[in-house]
Ligand binder design. Structure first.
Ligand SMILES: [Ca+2]
Ligand SMILES: [Ca+2]
Ligand SMILES: [Ca+2]
Length: 438
């Protein structure tokens, strides 16, 4: 079982976010009260030209506030008795700024965005838990305070690269490959795939610099199931049982099951008994299971676990809202989310959290990746928002609401993209309304 490794690795350069809007208000300080009083009378009745500064009010701490049409303060500076002119600067709350927000087009684009801010009027995911079964997790400022203690289910010590089998530390040890590894001649640097997926779900809000996840107040449960060359179905199945609150021999049981499990992984094959049972058990305990459709450009029904009964299967859309060329598709797809275009221009892909290390961990950075791996965690995050808005909503109602409130696809998908584009705003609105009716 290998993860979907479609990635465009383009580390970001940060740019300052400056406002270009002209200042049109100025505060003028005068040498004495007579000069101030005279200025407060302007404009004189016979001098009310369109570009004349207009007095708005006197400030409590001294100074007279003027509106200046066109933004040119020279007429104020020329008034009798002026001591100083200062701009009435527009200040913003720095504490809630995530400077890469503008690059997170999939959250807010008017045509294809998921309407994150509409959903956030109700909830940002507080109280919900999202399990990310993936390559593990790396240290990143975007994860500070976001992580629950997870687990490392990779039972093969060589693949795990941490010197032993299963353990309580889900840190990503890197999945780099040398030529000849994994029955492939390809060389690959570490993907830090699990961190990228986790950031899409619940990167912190308000720290800088950075992105924000779709459910920034939800908690992440990092569960490592993929190592060097991928991961085994047996480990993934055990991890599904554990993350949903079930019992796995030798692993301490979770106190609080995950509301949703994200599986941005897969491989060719039918859904066998092992996965079928693990997913059935998870659903029975109230955990929603979301899986990426896969990046083979094939039918999702040929990819496991996307083809398993009860799974919410997510296809990937390009920047224009049509099916991405790499995405799996067809009747097995439940709905679609934005996975990125995967062309040369990385800005049309999905930006999230990774590590800079080519092999081992070095330092936290941000990068654009594309794939159904990036689409699925948006749906998982939306499930967290739904559970936060209505903790009692059942697994089947979650699926029904996702489908009923998906938006018609903005672009073409003749091969089948399920119910349409996930819509966080409409879906959370519907869940809140339903809850109020009960
Ligand atoms: Ca280990
Ligand atoms: Ca470990
Ligand atoms: Ca952030």
């Amino acid at each position: 079982m290998r993860l979907a490794p479609l990635i465009a690795f383009i580390p970001l350069v940060f740019s300052p976010c400056a406002s270009a809007e002209d200042a049109v208000r100025y505060i003028v300080h005068f040498v004495d009260t007579d000069a101030a009083r005279a200025a407060r009378m302007m404009p004189a009745a016979n001098d009310a030209r369109a570009d004349t500064p207009r007095h708005l009010r006197s400030l409590a701490a001294g100074g007279e506030l003027f509106h200046v049409p066109g933004g040119d303060p020279s007429r104020l500076a020329g008034l009798p008795g002026v001591a100083a002119v200062e701009e009435d600067l527009l200040l913003t709350a720095t504490a809630v700024v995530d400077p890469l927000w503008k690059r997170q087009w999939y959250m807010h684009d008017p045509k294809v965005g998921v309407d994150a801010e509409v959903a956030w009027r109700h909830t940002r995911g507080a109280g919900a838990v999202v399990a990310v079964l993936d390559t593990g997790i790396t240290a990143h400022p975007e994860f500070d305070g976001q992580l629950l203690p997870g687990y490392d289910f990779v039972s093969d010590a060589a693949a795990a690269r941490d010197g032993d089998g299963r353990d309580a530390d889900p840190t990503d040890e890197g999945d780099w490959r040398d030529a000849g590894d994994c029955r492939s001649t390809r060389v690959a640097t570490s993907s830090w795939h699990g961190s990228h997926v986790a950031g899409i779900v619940a990167a912190r809000s308000g720290n800088r610099p950075g992105i924000v996840g779709l459910a920034p107040e939800a908690k992440l449960l990092p569960v490592r199931v993929l190592g060097h060359c991928g991961g085994r179905l047996s480990d993934v199945a055990d991890a599904i049982v554990w993350a949903s609150g079930g019992t796995v021999r030798g692993v301490p049981r979770l106190e609080r099951r995950a509301d949703v499990i994200n599986l941005s992984l897969g491989g060719p094959g039918a859904c066998g008994i092992t996965f079928t049972r693990a997913i059935e058990q998870a659903r029975g305990r109230g955990t929603v299971v979301v899986a990426a459709a896969g990046n083979d450009g094939a039918k999702a029904s040929t990819n496991v676990p996307a083809n398993c009964p009860g799974v919410v299967t997510v296809a990937g859309l390009a920047r224009d809202g049509s099916m991405a060329w790499y995405s799996n598709h067809g009747e097995r797809v439940t709905l679609s989310a934005l996975g990125g275009t995967l062309r040369e221009r990385g800005a049309d892909d999905i930006v999230s959290t990774v590590d800079a290390g080519k092999r081992g961990r070095e330092r936290p950075i941000f990068a654009y990746y594309a794939g159904t791996s990036m689409a699925a965690p948006q749906v998982a995050a939306l499930v967290a928002l739904m559970r936060s808005a209505d903790p009692a909503i059942g697994v089947d109602d979650v699926t029904r609401q996702l489908i009923d409130n998906a938006r018609p696809l903005p672009g073409a998908c003749p091969k089948g993209c399920g119910a349409g584009l996930m819509d966080a705003g409409a879906t959370v609105d519907a869940v809140v309304e339903d809850r109020a009716r009960r």
